[in-house]
Design a protein around this ligand. Structure first.
Ligand code: ZN
Length: 257
């Protein structure tokens, strides 16, 4: 079987014909395999969804328990139609996976989803997977993107907090993955005091803690007490919410520049 007969783009997303499923479909389909819980990959309304247990649980948190009619947890190689699929850690966010499609006769195709090869304290590390064809996300593939060392960035944040102890430090971070990574990096850099989080981050932070990710003491940004480090989704910075903080130092944790 040729690669172009196994997996090809359609208006609903990447489609695997011998397995009759889509990967991270753009529109509702009868059967979806989902790499991770970010909204540009995981959408509600599919007939059936196969993903890692954590991605399924994250989708339920974000979209409600009825985000799909049928959930299937990805556990080991699984036969779907004429192919075998398996999920492998992508190192991007909790539950994130690359999806390997192995036909009986033809090339093994690996769909990366979003992935991160740098150490990430909030999820399993990226797993190199042998394959014949690698379909990679390339969001930050342009050479213009030179991301600094995350540990050094956390040290810079803590240095600023030490230099300006009376100013709240507000960090914009997306609710799934980035927020928890910033918290874990701050903890690893030695920040043990309570960290305040915006209400929009709470459920996913709680979920990470349930999954065994140590985020240390967290308090509500509505009542931050002495917390000097405050995290909120980037959208909060364009709202009146930000005005409650006096003379804040504002930063964003994002790959975008
Ligand atoms: Zn993502």
């Amino acid at each position: 079987m040729r690669a172009e007969d196994i997996l090809y783009p359609t208006d609903k997303g990447l489609y695997c014909a011998p397995g009759d499923f889509y990967i991270d479909p753009l529109r509702p389909v009868p059967r979806a395999l989902v790499t991770h819980g970010h909204a540009d990959h995981a959408r509600p309304g599919n007939g059936a969804v196969m993903a890692t247990r954590q991605t399924l649980e994250i989708m339920a948190i974000r979209y409600g328990e009825d985000f799909t009619a049928a959930r299937q947890i990805a556990e080991g190689p699984t036969r779907i139609g004429g192919v075998t699929v398996s999920f492998h850690p992508a190192g991007h966010v909790l539950g994130s996976a690359q999806i390997l499609i192995t036909p009986d006769n033809g090339p093994r195709i690996l769909v990366s989803g979003d992935y991160c090869r740098a150490p990430n304290p909030v999820c399993l590390p990226f797993e190199p997977v042998a394959c014949d064809i690698f379909i990679t996300e390339a969001t930050f593939g342009l050479p213009v993107f030179r991301h600094p060392d995350p540990i050094a960035e956390a040290a810079r944040l803590l240095a600023s907090m030490a230099e300006f102890p009376d100013r709240p430090h507000l960090v914009g971070a997306y609710a799934l993955g980035k927020a928890q990574r910033v918290i874990a990096l701050a903890r690893a850099a030695g920040h043990t005091a309570p960290i305040a989080i915006h209400g929009a981050l709470k459920r996913l932070c709680d979920y990470h803690v349930e999954q065994g990710i140590d985020l240390g003491p967290l308090v509500s940004a509505t009542d931050p007490g002495d917390a000097q480090l405050i995290l909120a989704p980037p959208s909060a910075f364009a709202s009146p919410w930000v005005q409650r903080f006096r003379d804040p130092v504002i930063a964003y944790a994002s790959g975008w520049m």
